[in-house]
Design a protein around this ligand. Structure first.
Ligand SMILES: Nc1ncnc2c1ncn2[C@@H]1O[C@H](COP(=O)(O)OP(=O)(O)OP(=O)(O)O)[C@@H](O)[C@H]1O
Length: 235
């Protein structure tokens, strides 16, 4: 039996804009297990980023419970939440958010060395295929390479989970596919839980679980008994 790592219980998120309130999430519930590769799928505005931001402690649910290893993070104060974000979560965004005046290696070191169980930055850069580019600045790297640095930066923290918000959104087809392959390989090799947001329904066979979101609600959760390698999928 796989251990439950994450549980959303009846989570709502409401944004108040003057007199108007927007329900970004409306009674969302799902569970994620250790080692899983999870895809969150949905149209624009469905609530995908809101789920990921709450999961990563970047935003707080309006009601409901968010359990990570049985700890309810909705009860955390700002200090505990900051530690949770820093130590337990690796984020990968569509735009890589690297620090321009630091080299690839320095970007990875800067983010990870404050974490207590961090991995060796050089080794992780090697793992993402950038051994020979570690002394380059972000502007000297292609989009795909910059995203590899961002992935290395997240992985080197040795976090509990890796959260990826449209990580291939700014990349061409081939480069995007190689970034997905890297994430899939890292998941298989390290058994680190990955939660990835996408618009692209074609890639769902790579996931252990697919959480479909529609208008702030869970539309469907699909469990794939067998997953496919991204290399065999075309779109
Ligand atoms: N800070 C905010 N203030 C007000 N409304 C917000 C805020 N953040 C998100 N929303 C609203 O909440 C809903 C869900 O947004 P969210 O960003 O989670 O969607 P998404 O599925 O990630 O969309 P996309 O694929 O376009 O990024 C949308 O209607 C959005 O306009």
């Amino acid at each position: 039996m796989k251990k439950k790592l994450i549980e959303f219980k009846n989570v709502t998120k409401e944004y108040k804009l003057g007199d108007v309130s927007i329900k970004a999430l409306d009674g969302v519930g799902f569970s994620i297990y250790e080692g899983e590769f999870v895809v969150i799928l949905g149209a624009s505005g469905a609530g995908k980023s809101t789920i990921l931001n709450i999961l990563g402690g970047m935003d707080i649910a309006s009601s409901g419970e968010v359990l990570i290893n049985e700890n309810n993070i909705t009860q955390y104060d700002e200090k505990k939440l900051t530690t949770f974000r820093a130590e337990e979560v690796g984020f990968v965004f569509q735009f890589y958010n690297l620090i321009p005046n630091l080299t690839a290696l320095e970007n990875v070191e800067f983010a990870s060395e404050v974490c207590k169980d961090h991995l060796d930055a050089k080794e992780v850069l090697g793992k993402v295929g950038l051994d020979d580019r570690k002394n380059n600045f972000p502007s000297q790297l292609s989009g795909g390479e910059q995203q590899r640095v961002a992935i290395a930066r997240a992985v080197a923290k040795n976090p509990l989970l890796l959260l990826c918000d449209e990580p291939t959104g700014a990349l061409d087809y081939k480069t995007g596919k190689s970034v997905l392959k890297l994430l899939q390989d890292l998941n298989k090799e390290t058994q680190k839980c990955i939660v990835l947001i996408t618009h692209n329904a074609a890639i769902t066979p790579i996931a252990d679980q697919v959480i479909k979101v529609k208008s702030g609600k869970i539309e469907e959760v699909i469990t794939n008994v067998e997953t496919q390698s991204i290399e065999g999928i075309e779109w």
